[in-house]
Design a protein around this ligand. Structure first.
Ligand code: HEC
Length: 443
């Protein structure tokens, strides 16, 4: 009822639903009394209309309660009083100990495990490391990167047959100079890892067109069971040109490619004239993570909305996820970006987060180490600095739990072959932690 009243009376200026109020900087107070006053009387310094003549007092009260519900939800992310001072953190579902695996990093972005217990990881500003029996060594031969804003050396994945071919895949922001203008794009390099050196590196995918913005690269790499590579590419903040909606370019897309860069014959747009053949799905904004369920093959992706409207999507072949035609977010200046949150033929997110969590690295827990989390999605929140657990019932998200509150900006989440969850936390310094379940009796 409140939602319907909001749609009828308020939507023309404040958008489809009251969610736009959840995350705002309040100018005139967010208590019930001040909301009622704002709605009924407006304010001399702004253009909001005066409703006192058209809305009854109880209708205004219902609308104020509706907005208050949103404000209360926003407060659940404040984490007042929480802080991680001990290495063991207790949660309703289970307790974990934080085991420091690597430190002295700035932004651990991607991580991949090699056969035999070694692993490799990136530090966004341009470095890559191999860790062997606790010893960290820098990897040589990392491609030059445009380490500005969100760019740098981003994700890394070892080939599923790494023990035979030693191949490693690295996504990064590639820079070129075009008549004095710096242009960048998302690129995927394949190289052989020989000890601590990358050799025979070649770019097997370079997203087109290049753009001058240093943000929204996407860049997660994931292999599916058949050994095909999925790579996310952001819209490079070019949504005004509706590039994510057009199939003639690579931006705002999830791509599917063979491990040598060639195009799989069963990609959805392979026979569409003018379409980029590597596209698997489109209409994305800035896909920060992609995880393929090892058993069901379901492809989960999360992406950043504008302000509000971050999404968890279940990705299906050839589908359009709507950006920038539909969105639950608003523009950064508070203006409405698009009045539409849904439209025929455009996919709805499985979860939309308002306020924005700034979702980041994500994994699906399949190991037996975390009985209470098995089958669930774990996903970093950059903005509110915690690890979000999304309980999945089949392919439907259910309740969510806030884990490791105030841990810092969680950029990366991976499950190792040892069954443990590893998280990368940005900061000065940044860390990689292993989450070790604590036996309930020992707490
Ligand atoms: C004709 C456009 C318009 C309509 C319709 C409208 N508003 Fe507003 N509203 C504004 C403007 C403009 C402002 C002042 C700028 C701002 O704070 O966004 C405002 C401000 C507000 C504020 C104060 C925000 C603060 O920061 O303190 C509240 C609360 C509010 N509106 C609620 C409502 C509700 C509820 C409805 C429906 C009953 C509604 N408005 C209908 C334009 C409108």
């Amino acid at each position: 009822m409140a939602e319907a009243a909001f749609k009828k009376n308020c939507s023309s200026c404040h958008g489809d639903n009251g969610d736009v109020f959840v995350d705002r900087n309040w100018k005139h107070g967010n208590t019930k009394d001040s909301l009622i006053l704002s709605i009924m009387k407006g304010h001399a310094d702004s253009l909001n209309p005066v409703w006192v003549t058209t809305l009854k007092e109880d209708e205004v009260s219902i609308l104020a309660d509706y907005l208050l519900k949103g404000i209360a939800y926003r407060k659940t992310f404040n984490f007042e009083g929480d802080s991680i001072t001990k290495s063991t953190v207790h949660h309703k579902s289970m307790s974990v100990k934080l085991d420091t695996v690597a430190k002295g990093l700035s932004s651990p972005w991607g991580m991949s495990f090699l056969p035999g217990g070694d692993f490799v990881y990136t530090d966004r500003e341009g470095k890559m490391y191999r860790q062997s029996n606790g010893k960290q060594s820098e990897i040589k031969g990392v491609p030059p990167v445009y380490a500005m804003a969100q760019g740098g050396v981003l994700d890394v994945q070892a080939h599923p047959q790494f023990d035979k071919n030693k191949l490693i895949f690295i996504s990064y922001s590639k820079l070129k100079d075009s008549a004095g203008v710096k242009l960048a794009t998302t690129a995927l390099m394949c190289a052989k890892l020989d000890g601590n050196s990358l050799k025979e590196g070649k770019n097997i995918f370079v997203a087109l067109p290049w753009k001058s913005t240093p943000i929204h690269y996407g860049s997660r790499i994931e292999f599916d069971k058949e050994g095909k590579i999925f790579l996310t590419v952001g819209d490079r903040f070019q949504h005004m040109d509706t590039l994510p909606q057009k199939l003639d370019n690579d931006l705002g897309k999830i791509h599917r490619i063979n491990d040598d860069g060639s195009v799989p014959a069963d990609n959805p747009f392979i026979n569409v004239t003018g379409a980029r053949p590597t596209i698997w799905s489109y209409g994305h904004r800035n896909p920060q993570s992609l995880s393929i369920h090892p058993e069901t093959g379901a492809i989960w992706e999360n992406e950043h909305g504008p302000r509000g409207g971050d999404e968890l999507n279940l990705i299906e072949k050839g589908k359009n996820y709507g950006w920038p035609i539909i969105s639950y977010g608003i523009n950064y200046n508070g203006k409405i970006l698009t009045p539409h949150t849904s439209k025929e033929g455009l996919e709805q997110p499985k979860i939309k987060w308002i306020p924005s969590l700034g979702p980041s690295g994500m994994t699906i827990v399949t190991s037996d180490k975390y009985p209470a989390w098995k089958g669930d999605i774990l996903m970093g929140s950059l903005r509110f600095q915690f690890l979000n657990r999304v309980h999945l019932v089949g392919n439907n998200p259910d309740e969510q739990e806030q884990l490791l509150k105030k841990i810092g900006r969680v950029r990366m989440v991976e499950q190792g072959p040892d069954g443990f969850i590893y998280i990368g936390v940005e900061g000065k310094p940044g860390f990689i932690f292993r989450l070790v379940p604590v036996n309930a009796q020992m707490q």
